[in-house]
Design a binder for this molecule. Sequence first.
Ligand code: ADP
Ligand code: MG
Length: 396
Amino acid sequence: MMETIKNLLIEKFKFIYNDLPQKFFFAPGRVNFIGEHIDYNGGKVLPFAIDRGIYAAVKFLEKDVIQLCSNIDEKIYEIKFDDDLDQYRNTHLWIKYPIGIIQALKNQGFRFKGIAIYYWSNLPVGSGLSSSAAIEVLTAYVFYLQVKAKNQIDRVQMAILCQQVENQYIGVKCGIMDQFSVAMGKKNHFILLDTHSLEYEYIKFLFPNVSIVVINTNKPRKLSDSKYNERRTECNLSLEILQKNYKIKSLVEASEEMLNDLNSETLKKRTLHVIQENRRVQNIKQLLNSLDVSRKDLEEVLQQIGKFLYDSHESLKNYYEVSCYELDVIVEESKKISGVYGARMTGAGFGGCAIAIVDKRNVEEYIPLIAKIYRERTNLIPDVFEVQIEDGVNEL
Ligand code: ADP
Ligand code: MG
């Protein structure tokens, strides 16, 4: 698999730049297993990096020029390191992502040689698997490696830099989870990340007989940005109201008894989701930590984890109101298929992807079946694929 992609990158690079690449890199996409919409409420999230992502083929150049090309449009864009890079902030082109990173590194005082990069991706774009974080972290890593040794790169700092670029240069108010997962992913492990303190621990996902399946609704996510900002505002408002009477620093510290202080049904529902979703993350953490493969009740533990996924979805649908018909169809129909332990929407919502955990013995049946039913009920063709839990960004 890896060799095939490397060969493809070499062919493409030759065709585009009429030259051979010297180095290859990969930055994964990410899936959030559970802990949705609490990353900006001080909660803990449980994401992992996946085996799909963005690759880069790279050649260092003698001349002082940065050449960028991607499978998105297969055009070469040329910039100079000393150009005013701020001018690309408002472009609708994808190059604003790498250029934003290059500008941030420049502002930190780094100087770089010329470089030609070809990006190629097998990660759906704009579907909530964080292709934006992947291209940011990938670019930062490629450039850092010009001035630092591999083990000198502080991956957490790199994630923070990329998040700042997405917030300030791209103008998307995302939390730290995406960039952190892409930079810090670990094979076969979930990352339990405290989004408030940035403390984290790796939790082994110890189920050799279970597959994690991603179902991309392929529904255009039109509403998602405005609704995302609306939810953030609602959470801030709830926190402000509660802080008048309670000593809490973030909304996840609230409790059900406090809900009476919120005078609107909407704010009550949003807060209830935040409180309960954070608790589900804690519960799954305890379940995973208590595991050992020799346990006889592995099956039962999986059922419990699956139940938390279903509960999470229900809460995102009814209390947080960020699901949509297509995501609900996937979860509802998955529930009926044998071998499925749990399913839920993942990411910001209103489209994007859902995940399901499925018994390995049933996964070959599940994938075409859910695709067929989904198509019948929505008229959309989904992408359905199994994912592996992978390491964060690396040179290949
Ligand atoms: P998500 O992060 O959920 O995939 P975003 O809207 O945050 O969606 O980011 C998508 C943007 O990231 C794309 O519009 C494009 O500008 C950039 N991007 C994603 N994949 C690539 C790629 N392979 N090459 C170049 N740019 C990419
Ligand atoms: Mg994104």
